[in-house]
Design a protein around this ligand. Structure first.
Ligand code: SF4
Ligand code: SF4
Length: 104
C-alpha cells in the first residue's frame, strides 16, 4: 500500500502532515507535501480524506482494482466522493455520507 502526492495540486495547507498516524508526510522547503518513505504507509486513508484539493491518491492493490489503479477523495460538506481511476482510464465514483459512518 502506498500513496502518491501530486505536487502540482498541493497547496501546502499541511493537513495531511497532522493526520498521518505515522508522521510520514512533511512539508518541504517549497511548501509542498512530501512522503519520504511511501513503503511505510499502511493505507489508513486519513491524509487522502483530509486533503482539500485531491492532491493525494492511493494505489489500489490487485484484489481491489488491479495494480496501478488509483483512488482519490473529494469532500463536499458531509459527503465523501471516492473515485477510482482504473488502469484503463475509466472512472468509478462511490459517494458516502459521513453522517452514516457509524451506522451498523
Ligand atoms: S494513508 Fe494513512 S498512513 Fe498512509 S500516508 Fe496517509 S495518513 Fe499516513
Ligand atoms: S493536505 Fe493536500 S494540499 Fe494540504 S499539504 Fe497535504 S497534499 Fe498538500
Amino acid at each position: 500500500m502506498s500513496i502518491e502526492i501530486l505536487r502540482e495540486s498541493c497547496i501546502g495547507c499541511g493537513k495531511c502532515t497532522t493526520v498521518c498516524p505515522g508522521t510520514l508526510i512533511r512539508l518541504t522547503a517549497d511548501g509542498k507535501a512530501h512522503i519520504k518513505y511511501p513503503e511505510r504507509c499502511w493505507g489508513c486513508t486519513s491524509c487522502i480524506k483530509e486533503c482539500p484539493c485531491e492532491a493525494i491518491c492511493f494505489y489500489l492493490g490487485g484484489d481491489l482494482n488491479g495494480l496501478g489503479g488509483k483512488l482519490t477523495v473529494r469532500r463536499e460538506k458531509q459527503l465523501l466522493h471516492w473515485t477510482v481511476k482504473k488502469t484503463d482510464g475509466k472512472l468509478e465514483t462511490i459517494t458516502v455520507d459521513g453522517r452514516d459512518s457509524n451506522k451498523y
